[in-house]
Design a protein around this ligand. Sequence first.
Ligand SMILES: NC(=O)c1ccc[n+]([C@@H]2O[C@H](COP(=O)([O-])OP(=O)(O)OC[C@H]3O[C@@H](n4cnc5c(N)ncnc54)[C@H](O)[C@@H]3O)[C@@H](O)[C@H]2O)c1
Length: 258
Amino acid sequence: MHIKDLFNLKGKVIVVTGGSGLYGKCLVEGMAEAGGTVITTSRNLQSAEKTAALFQSRGLDVQPMELDQADPGSVKQFAADLKEKYKRLDVFVNNAVSRPMKGYNGPLEQFAESMRVNATGMVDLLRTMIESIIASGGGSVISISSMMGMKGPDLSNYEGTDMGDLPPDYFFHNAGLINLSRYLAKIHAGKNIRFNCISPGGLFNHQPQAFLDNYCKKVPLGRMANNDDIKGLAVLLASDAGAYINGENILMDGGLNA
Ligand SMILES: NC(=O)c1ccc[n+]([C@@H]2O[C@H](COP(=O)([O-])OP(=O)(O)OC[C@H]3O[C@@H](n4cnc5c(N)ncnc54)[C@H](O)[C@@H]3O)[C@@H](O)[C@H]2O)c1
């Protein structure tokens, strides 16, 4: 197959959760620019509609749908609506995250709330989307974890800021997601479905200057991730160009953890 065809997502139906978030918007953009029909989801339909409109105005095929992954009723309804409207699912980008826990000593209720969305709800949604992909003949599941799911924190990055009280839930569920993805690759062997993780480093989002200085001087490329950085990798894993990549976790951190 020609290399341009290998990376082409034309004809593919792709769901991106948390598509209105920071990395979510980049993922929606990349998948749509590669030719896919991208369904961007939010808990709040207006938020998804706003994101979709942004990309539709550039001629990209981005469609909004409502989904709360922590609500089993919402997950079930979403899968039914998706089937009715689009008939198939080729790619699921598991990107949504909730961050209710504020710091190491945050109440356990915050930890439980995080697990409700980032663990229990996510597994419910993953199983549902996997069923849809398998019923469509196969495809790709891309989970967005974090370098913080692979390493302990480097607290020196937060010197001179008030950002250093990191919550335990984020490290716990992101690490779990990486191995969950490998598990799924083995469990669904023989069904033409691939499971991979991307573990990004920090995305530039106007963080305090002290943090940017601390962080960027450790990155061999000298900067945080920008809005384009995740797009190519995500399209690779979604497309036929990545057809033999399965059960993998790819660190995308500019060399920070090299
Ligand atoms: N931003 C970064 O610097 C960074 C770095 C490394 C990894 N990541 C990873 O990237 C992914 C996205 O993170 P982000 O920073 O873009 O987050 P974000 O907070 O900007 O976006 C997350 C989205 O998930 C949605 N969401 C929350 N609860 C939900 C629920 N119950 N159901 C459906 N959607 C829900 C939110 O509304 C939001 O739109 C996460 O997996 C995160 O671990 C982010």
